[in-house]
Design a protein around this ligand. Structure first.
Ligand code: PLP
Length: 418
């Protein structure tokens, strides 16, 4: 195995089985999985397994043959999106979706000029490392390319502009405007702006609605495409809405989907307008050996059905609210917790040095993650300073699970403070 692969936890986990929101190790021990958002409707959901099995028995080919599964699925997927987003490309990973979105936007505007959010991660291909400050400014990264323009993340807790809250919004939107103006001054054209409505690797930071709305207007005025990366948070995870961009009401030009869309099966999608998709149809065929195959489409459809029938968006809202509330109470009692934020079942807990707001504590965050693993609760840490505890469980996570997580976290924090 390649040495650049990593394993979670100081004592890595040898898992053999998954069921719902639980994982079981080789000795049969049960773990509460509060991190694997990919297993959206629960590990090994019998209906997803059944959908894969039934279609595998019949046929699995590619999109060069007519098949009803892709049409049914595409049509049900776009029903969940705003009216302008009508055209689907199916792919096999979040990275593949974002890479394709970049090709589409760059061809549309005949430009490579890209605006991205600081701390963002959009995938592991060459093109995406180039637009992921999380990677190109991170360990082993080789810096920013000239065609990439980074705007500061409007992070209300630890962002770069905190001294005057009343001008918080202006500061970040002006930074975006400056980048757009610079591109114009250099005689170039903006290809796209890409954003996650809640930043994942950026530290579970909720992008303020005003920023989303104003950014949308600025990007559109400049002729750029507004790409929303829903790979982490789509499909009802945030509880109040099915998609993250719906929190602000903007209508993106391109939406990229991944992870939870296939509940662990390698499925992903790019959805855009008919007009943009037609521009991409410039004579070069788009062929994808696996994207949109009948087995993937049946699996994707089963995930959509389960979210609806098991009311998982509502569960994310209820269980998420309960967990956030519990974490807020814990914050009041605990000087190591600087901030608790999130929506639905996408939550971040910022760990700091004893009440000192702008002093991120990655070492303690790591200790907490490992101590929780010993208590059989699985989470991780992330963010630009590696000090944000990430909680994003399968959507079947319930109130009892939230209680167990809260009790375990409280016990771990007590021990660390002592
Ligand atoms: C926001 C975001 N976009 C894209 C990706 C890439 O997805 P994948 O790992 O499926 O290639 C990730 C992966 O973590 C992600 O967090």
């Amino acid at each position: 195995m390649a040495p650049s692969l990593s394993l979670s936890y100081d004592e890595p986990l040898f898992v053999e089985r998954g069921e719902g929101q639980y994982l079981f190790d080789h000795e049969g021990n049960k773990y509460l999985d509060a991190i694997n958002n990919i297993s959206h409707v629960g590990h090994c959901h019998p209906r997803v397994v059944e959908a894969a099995y039934e279609q595998n028995k019949l046929l699995n080919t590619n999109t060069r043959y007519l098949h009803e599964s892709i049409l049914d699925y595409a049509s049900n997927l776009i029903d969940k999106l705003p009216d302008n987003l009508t055209t689907c490309f199916f792919t096999n990973s979040g990275s593949e979706s974002n890479d394709l979105a970049l090709r589409i936007a760059r061809l549309y505007n005949n430009s490579k000029e890209s605006i991205v959010m600081s701390g963002a991660y959009h995938g592991h291909t060459n093109s995406l490392i180039d637009i992921s400050p999380y990677k190109f400014f991170g360990s082993g990264g080789s810096g920013k390319k000239d065609f990439v323009h980074v705007v500061p993340m409007p992070d209300e807790f630890a962002g770069e502009h905190l001294d005057n809250e009343s001008i918080f919004g202006d500061y970040y939107i002006t930074a975006l405007k400056d980048k757009i103006d610079k591109i114009k001054r250099d005689g170039k054209k903006l290809a796209f702006f890409i954003i996650e409505p809640i930043m994942g690797c950026g530290g579970q930071v909720i992008i303020p609605s005003d920023f989303m709305k104003e950014a949308f207007v600025l990007v559109k005025e400049a002729g750029g495409l507004f790409i929303v990366d829903e790979v982490q948070i789509g499909f009802g995870r945030i509880g109040t809405h099915f998609w993250g961009f719906e929190m602000s009401g903007v209508q993106p030009d391109i939406v990229t989907l991944g992870k939870s869309i296939g509940n662990g099966h390698p499925l992903s999608a790019v959805i855009t307008t008919k007009h943009i998709a037609e521009t991409f149809n410039n004579g070069m065929e788009y062929f994808n050996s696996f994207g949109g195959n009948p087995v993937s489409c049946k699996i994707g459809q089963s995930v959509l059905d389960i979210i609806e029938e098991e009311e998982l968006q509502n569960n994310a809202q209820e269980a998420g609210k309960y967990l956030l509330n519990g974490l807020n109470l814990l914050q009041q009692k605990n000087s190591l917790i600087g901030d608790v934020r999130g929506r639905g079942l996408f939550i971040g807990v910022e760990i700091i040095k004893n009440n000192y707001k702008l002093s991120p504590d990655a070492t303690v965050a790591d200790k907490i993650v490992n101590a929780l693993r010993q208590k059989r609760v699985l989470i991780s840490s992330d963010g630009p300073n590696h000090n944000v505890l990430k909680i994003k469980p399968p959507m079947v996570f319930n109130i009892q699970d939230a209680d167990y997580l809260l009790e375990s976290l409280e016990a771990v924090l007590k021990k660390i403070i002592r």
